[in-house]
Design a binder for this molecule. Structure first.
Ligand code: WTA
Length: 653
């Protein structure tokens, strides 16, 4: 969490350019039609009929470009491949094993057309769902773009998820096709992907065909009639390139599943018109990209950051980017800095967790390389602590380059609160994302809905619809309304704590709900509890987040066993493996504590506050509503007893 002690006093800030920002911001809110029409001019629309924005009575209270027609793939590729940018590099792809490929906009365009033709031949048409489960190889953006070219809807699943997670997402979206690879490289090892898909398919009925990219060369089985190699699928295509299907602005472009406050992941569904405009605009305003830049967003395409700022933002703006397959510390902790030197990267966008890992490895790794090409740095995914900000600024930015701390979410489609060097540079404060972008009417409210005073911690809200806003949750419009639009009726509630300082700067202070941020990834505590309870030995569980110096938070689980089961080191390992196999390695708890009972309120709600206080070694506070106060002692006793055992367990593993 950001350190409030670091919020700078008013007198320290000299902001000659702030008026420019404020005037652009007011224009965007006063006449949104005019403002966004101007931005929309940069992009291609096959039809521009009807208003840009329409108010709706129900959530999300507005929609954009509903009767305009466009295609995101067309705007990302065709628009550039027919100009001088045809020979400009779209991606410098760097494989973990040291192989690399430079792909021009023209080449990417041809590859996407070939694959779109293959998908069409396999029966994919407008509105169909296509699941993509691939590592960070060029075929991943190719598959996404080819899907959108046909007006179909992609659902990308992070390649670290398990068969169960894949099956749940495939079933919810009723996908017809899955695109995967034989395997993936991670830290020199081969991770098998196709067998995960085979396993998931045992629990699904909608999938007709599986397309397999050859990447790691591991042995896999191919099912006759269902599975087809990517290379064979595109080889059969000669010159029959499908033109891009022009779709309505509100036609869904993709579904991306993200964790929420219940066990079931939510399928955030994005539009075509508004989403496209938003990532295009934010890529320009926040990263100030131009044709000389080599931009690198070091995220994974499996998360929204990769969708918006590795694939669509850079391609829509015709920017050259780096696409890196592997881990930041493989084969040595200097790998990232080596890549920056190799390609002359000018803009680097990453997460505070990654920065803290590099701090731990030591700045000597960065010093071995020439990083003088860098002119702008960015962060996303969690609040950045001022120490990490300063390390990043001094060691990677050479004490010269601005840092854009960008606040946004899967649901917002793109960046919402951030410095805006593409409009006007203002004084930065380490740990503050500064100001809302044009079109974003953000405010901080108290619990009762009043505007919070300066420095008063409250809840962030967005008061008006913005173009990049997600349209709904796939298959779940009711949950869409209740999760996001009911805390403050009519306003969008992102689920984050925030405050504004005396200069009006926004400070985002972490999640206000039961969602954890572990190394920048969203993990629902209830999703984890459900996974634990699905094990035969577990009667009840409470999962909470524990502060962590590198990952910001790690999940910690308290478990009550069913009669007949006894706490043991073996059972703990079994439960950890159970989480690894049901959700995936990113969700594996840092510790599991066995207790006799969990602290609950009189109405039976688990008091996570109490459990959390124990883990953080904070005073427990008011527990008068506890049903049975002895359960606090229980939890405390279990915690003390297990502390040493857990240390020992960690050493062993
Ligand atoms: C958190 C990632 C503070 C926040 C793009 C939000 C941040 C959640 C920041 C969304 C930031 C993201 N400062 N907190 N700059 N950026 N967050 O959907 O809690 O994976 O609600 O999207 O990350 O996570 P998601």
């Amino acid at each position: 969490m950001a350190n409030l002690g670091e919020v700078l006093p008013t007198d320290d800030v000299v902001n000659p350019n702030i008026e420019i920002l404020q005037s652009v911001h007011s224009k965007s809110l006063d006449s949104p039609e005019k403002f966004w029409a101007n931005v929309a001019e940069d992009l291609y629309w096959s039809e521009k009929s009807g208003p840009i924005f329409e108010k709706l009575e129900k959530p999300p209270f507005g929609r954009w470009f509903s009767r305009w027609k466009t295609n995101i793939c067309y705007n990302s590729l065709d628009r550039h491949a027919t100009t001088w940018r045809k020979n400009k590099i779209a991606y410098y792809w760097e494989g973990e094993d040291g192989t690399s490929r430079a792909i021009t906009f023209g080449q990417l365009f041809r590859e996407v057309c070939k694959f779109a033709a293959a998908l069409r031949r396999l029966g994919v048409k407008k509105g169909d769902r296509v699941t993509i489960y691939l590592p960070m190889i060029p075929e991943l953006p190719v598959a996404m773009l080819a899907t959108l070219r046909l007006g179909a809807i992609h659902s990308v699943i992070f390649a670290g998820f398990t068969a169960q997670a894949v099956a749940d997402r495939v079933n919810d979206s009723a996908s017809k096709i899955i695109i995967t690879s034989d395997g993936a490289y991670r830290r020199g090892k081969v991770i098998k992907l196709k067998p995960v898909v085979d396993e998931a398919l045992k629990q699904t009925t909608s999938v007709e065909r599986v397309i397999v990219v050859k990447r790691a060369g591991n042995d896999i089985s191919m099912e006759e009639g269902r599975d087809i190699w990517y290379d064979d699928a595109i080889r059969e295509q000669q010159s029959d390139f499908p033109s891009a299907e022009m779709v309505e602005g509100i036609h869904p472009s993709y579904i991306l599943y993200t964790s929420g406050t219940t066990g079931k992941p939510k399928g955030a569904t994005h539009s075509s018109g508004g989403y496209m405009l938003w990532v295009y605009y934010t890529q320009k305003v926040v990263f100030d990209v131009n044709d000389q830049d080599v931009y690198w967003c070091a995220a994974d395409i499996g998360w929204v950051t990769g969708h918006s700022y590795i694939v669509y933002g850079p391609l829509l703006t015709g920017t050259t980017s780096v696409l890196y397959e592997g881990a930041p510390d493989f084969p040595h902790p200097g790998r990232w800095w080596q890549i920056i030197e190799k390609y002359g990267v000018t803009i680097l966008y990453t997460s505070p967790t990654a920065i803290r890992s590099h701090m731990k490895f030591g700045e000597e790794w960065a010093r071995k390389h020439d990083l003088s090409s860098i002119r702008l740095l960015g962060t996303v995914g969690e609040p950045i602590n001022p120490e990490a900000w300063k390390w990043y600024f001094s060691n990677i930015g050479r004490g010269m380059t601005p840092i854009v701390d960008t606040w946004w979410q899967t649901e917002t489609g793109g960046i919402m609160i951030s410095p805006q060097p593409g409009i006007s540079m203002i004084a930065l404060k380490p740990g503050s994302a500064t100001f809302p972008l044009p079109g974003v009417d953000a405010e901080v409210l108290t619990e009762s809905g009043e505007k919070a005073r300066p420095m008063e911690k409250g809840y962030l809200v967005i008061k008006k619809p913005w173009p990049g806003q997600f349209m709904t949750l796939w298959n779940d419009p009711e949950r869409f309304s209740s999760v996001y639009f009911s805390k403050y009726p009519g306003l969008y509630y992102p689920g984050d704590y925030a405050l504004k300082d005396r200069d009006g700067y926004f400070w985002l202070l972490g999640r206000a709900d039961e969602v954890l941020k572990v190394a920048g990834h969203r993990i629902g505590t209830i999703e984890l509890e459900d996974a634990l309870i699905s094990h035969a030995s577990v009667a009840e569980s409470a999962v909470i987040g524990k502060s962590d110096a590198i990952k910001m938070q790690v999940p910690v689980a308290f478990v009550v066993l069913r009669p007949g089961f006894k706490a043991s080191k073996e059972l703990r390992i079994e439960l950890l493996n159970h989480i690894r196999n049901t959700i995936g390695p990113i969700a594996v708890p840092d510790a599991i504590y066995f207790v006799d009972k969990l602290p609950k309120t009189r109405s039976g709600k688990i008091m996570r506050r109490v459990v959390g206080a124990l883990v953080e070694e904070r005073p427990i506070g008011d527990v008068t509503t506890l049903e049975d106060e002895s359960s606090v002692d229980d939890a405390r006793r279990a915690y003390e007893e297990l502390k040493n055992e857990i240390e020992a367990y960690r050493d062993e593993s």
